[in-house]
Design a protein around this ligand. Structure first.
Ligand SMILES: CC(=O)[C@@H](O)[C@H](O)COP(=O)(O)O
Ligand SMILES: NCC(=O)COP(=O)(O)O
Length: 237
């Protein structure tokens, strides 16, 4: 079974546009869960342009499904994660000024750093996932740093899907098989949407979770949040 974790960054982007509290991020998370989301994902960035650090503490109080915090493991991020203790922390190597995440970890070059951070988080009972490109060498590296899961960075799949989906999925299938071989759990995310999700789900073995934000919130403008979450869940059956 593949869980749908709804990334609510874009709810916070909308709230921040006016500086008030509409839409309320905590209420949106509760509603996502009520409408069927099986997890809530946030990706606080250093400039707090969408999710603020305080939102993460507030969300911890109310999320009843699986709370997944994504981000670059800076000292500030690690302090937040250790205090909040979500079910899962997803480590993403993004630059502070990146518009959005644009690459996975080099798990070989950053082996020592990742090994230390992952051990610290696992000791607190936090499941770890690391964001990686669909590169078998990076999966081998992930196995060596001791992570529970990897999250495959699906931007390349999403952008190639309409041209040639078999070709677009090929490196992801190889990476998924490698992860299975090493006993690493498999997550995926970035630019997944109602067009490309089902094929990803049906093709990748052992896909445990997808985190989806941008397209899902865009779809919700047209279909409503409840219908949209149901539409996404249907792709994962
Ligand atoms: C790791 C990942 O792919 C997502 O967290 C994505 O980066 C969403 O972040 P933004 O909402 O800041 O674009
Ligand atoms: N980990 C990916 C995520 O949380 C959402 O990415 P996107 O759907 O906003 O591209």
């Amino acid at each position: 079974m593949t869980k749908l974790s709804v990334n609510i960054n874009k709810i916070a982007t909308l709230r921040n546009a006016r500086g008030g509290d509409r839409p309320n991020v905590v209420q949106a998370a509760k509603d996502c869960e009520r409408f069927g989301a099986e997890g809530i994902t946030v990706h606080p960035r250093p400039d707090e342009r969408h999710i603020r650090y305080q939102d993460v503490y507030d969300l911890k109080e109310i999320v009843t499904t699986e709370f997944n915090i994504e981000g670059n493991p800076t000292p500030e991020f690690l302090k937040l994660v250790k205090e909040v203790r979500p079910e899962q922390a997803t480590l993403v190597p993004d630059a502070p000024d990146a518009i959005t995440s644009n690459a996975g970890w080099d798990t070989i070059r950053h082996k020592d750093f990742l090994t230390d951070v992952i051990a610290e988080l696992k000791e607190l009972g936090i499941r770890t996932s690391i964001f990686v490109d669909p590169d078998e060498r990076m999966i081998e590296g992930a196995a060596l740093v001791g992570t529970d899961r990897v999250e495959l960075y699906t931007e390349a799949y999403a952008s190639g899907y309409h041209q040639n989906r078999e070709q677009a999925i090929a490196p992801y299938l190889a990476a998924a098989k490698k992860a299975q071989k090493y006993g690493i759990g498999l997550n995926a995310g970035h630019d997944l949407d109602l067009d490309n999700l089902k094929y990803l789900h049906d093709t990748l073995p052992g896909l445990l979770e997808v985190s989806i934000g941008h397209a899902l919130i865009c779809d919700a403008l047209y279909f409503g949040l409840e219908n949209t979450i149901q539409l996404y869940l249907r792709q994962l059956k």
